[in-house]
Design a protein around this ligand. Structure first.
Ligand code: URA
Length: 235
């Protein structure tokens, strides 16, 4: 990999700044100052430092965020504050969200640059479970739960797969696990029971749960290689 690209990927700086750091004798490769931006390095073997700080390269990054309300899962800033803006600078250009949450939905959002794993987690044929804490305008009745558990019409000849529903201590709040991820799916499922979602929080995605991660709203972190293997590679 080119040295300037390596610097950009590890630090989030742009190519122009990376070239300038290299040209100004701030970058060492295996202890030797290199001033050629096009110098080729082996990311997992060579030791590279910039301004005395050792840089660590990871090809695939997984970042988990407890999404706050008010952020859109889009790169387009004209749609409002983006979830990308909540990532550390070095990841903002590298990572994409795995699926989307609506602007007002909170909870677990995963970002990665591992396209294959992202695709596997999202592919409808893999039926990866997603659990939401759903707060509704009205109480959710036993009859509504039976309907959600059998699958409901989403309109336009679309039907949801059966969901798993658990009651909570509040009659207008349920835990619902769905095995697919259609556009506004939870809202449309509740609409099919003549109810309206007033609060939505994703609490787990596959075997990864917000409880295990212990992230407060707005907080995020990268997953270790061991966590990535445990949560995403073993199933
Ligand atoms: N279902 C929805 O309706 N909205 C979300 O953000 C996620 C699932």
């Amino acid at each position: 990999m080119r040295l300037d690209k390596f610097l950009c990927e590890c630090t989030g700086m742009n190519r122009k700044d990376a070239k300038s750091e290299i040209k100004n004798n701030h970058v060492l490769v295996n202890g030797v100052c290199i001033t050629d931006s096009g110098y080729t390095i082996l990311p997992n073997q060579d030791s590279v430092s910039c301004n005395g700080k050792e840089l660590q390269y990871r090809e695939f990054i997984f970042y988990v965020l407890n999404k706050p309300a008010g952020y859109v899962c889009s790169e387009n800033e004209s749609e409002g504050k983006t979830v990308i803006s909540l990532l550390p600078a070095e990841y903002q250009k590298r990572l994409n969200p795995v699926g989307r949450l609506d602007k007002e939905t909170t909870g677990l959002l995963i970002f990665t640059n591992d396209g294959n794993t992202s695709h596997r987690l999202l592919s409808p044929k893999n039926h990866v479970d997603k659990t939401y804490l759903v707060t509704c305008e009205k109480a959710v009745t036993d009859d509504d739960i039976k309907r959600l558990e059998s699958g409901v019409s989403l309109g336009d000849d679309e039907f949801s797969l059966p969901a798993a529903v658990e009651k909570t201590d509040k009659s207008n709040r349920i835990l619902m696990t769905i095995h697919e991820g259609r556009f506004h799916q939870v809202k449309r499922m509740m609409q099919a029971t003549c109810n309206k979602v007033t609060g939505l929080k994703r609490i787990s995605f596959g075997s990864l749960s917000l409880d295990d991660l212990a992230l407060k709203e707005g907080e995020g972190r990268t997953l270790s290689d061991e966590e990535v293997n445990r949560y995403f590679k073993s199933s």
